[in-house]
Design a protein around this ligand. Structure first.
Ligand SMILES: CC(C)(COP(=O)(O)OP(=O)(O)OC[C@H]1O[C@@H](n2cnc3c(N)ncnc32)[C@H](O)[C@@H]1OP(=O)(O)O)[C@@H](O)C(=O)NCCC(=O)NCCS
Length: 185
């Protein structure tokens, strides 16, 4: 079986990682911009870890310092800051694994590696937005247990609807939701 290497990303990995996220989540350039911004500040305000097989990027997880949703809404941020007053927050923006490689614990390995990298920044609290597709499927929900704890704040309806980009899954007006919470790592 091929060996999969999990490693921190280099700036030159950006286009490959963004292409994977665009294929697996949403392809709109506006949706992908925060991940690009994280890549442009790798090691300071951004972090990315990759799964690589024979030099091909088959998995990626991307995080950005601070509290951000990929849609710019901020419904729970004030409450989060009150609940974790001494915290260094980071936001896990995206996690994606190529279809042919899913179900082989690559997503889990990416999460563990990303948590290790974020802890090295002094971060113990990670904002997660778990995408709930229009059909109710939550692809990343099976990864939450890798955190020490997960404090669920709520579900934001029509998460992307205010934004001008169409949803690949709803094929038009977007009714995808997001489950929002803080993971302690
Ligand atoms: C979410 C995602 C990154 C998970 O990656 P993965 O490499 O398949 O995940 P893993 O193999 O580490 O699986 C993690 C757990 O989920 C379980 N799992 C994986 N796929 C599953 C499925 N289709 N149905 C049920 N359970 C599943 C695994 O058994 C594993 O459980 P375990 O730890 O108890 O063994 C991947 O499904 C993906 O890229 N989805 C599309 C992009 C996306 O939606 N990203 C999330 C945006 S918030």
């Amino acid at each position: 079986m091929e060996s999969i290497i999990i490693r921190k990303a280099e700036p030159s990995d950006m286009e490959g990682a963004i292409a994977l996220i665009g294929n697996q989540i949403l392809s709109s350039p506006l949706f992908l911009q925060p991940a690009r911004n994280a890549f442009l500040s790798l090691g300071t305000d951004g972090e990315a870890v990759l799964a690589v097989c024979d030099e091909k990027i088959v998995g990626a997880a991307i995080a950005r310092k601070g509290l951000h949703y990929s849609n710019g809404k901020d419904n729970y941020f004030e409450q989060m800051k009150k609940d974790y007053p001494a915290s260094e927050f980071w936001t896990l923006l995206d996690v994606a694994v190529d279809n042919d490689y899913q179900g082989r614990h690559i997503g889990s390995r990416l999460f563990r590696k990303m948590f290790e990298v974020l802890r090295s920044h002094g971060c113990g609290t990670v904002l997660m937005e778990i995408w709930i597709r229009a059909n109710g499927y939550k692809p990343a929900s099976n990864l939450i247990h890798l955190a020490d704890s997960f404090h669920e704040y709520g579900v934001i309806d029509d998460f992307y609807q205010d934004d001008p980009f169409p949803c690949d899954f709803c094929k038009g007006e977007c009714h995808c939701k997001a489950l929002v919470g803080i993971a302690e790592i």
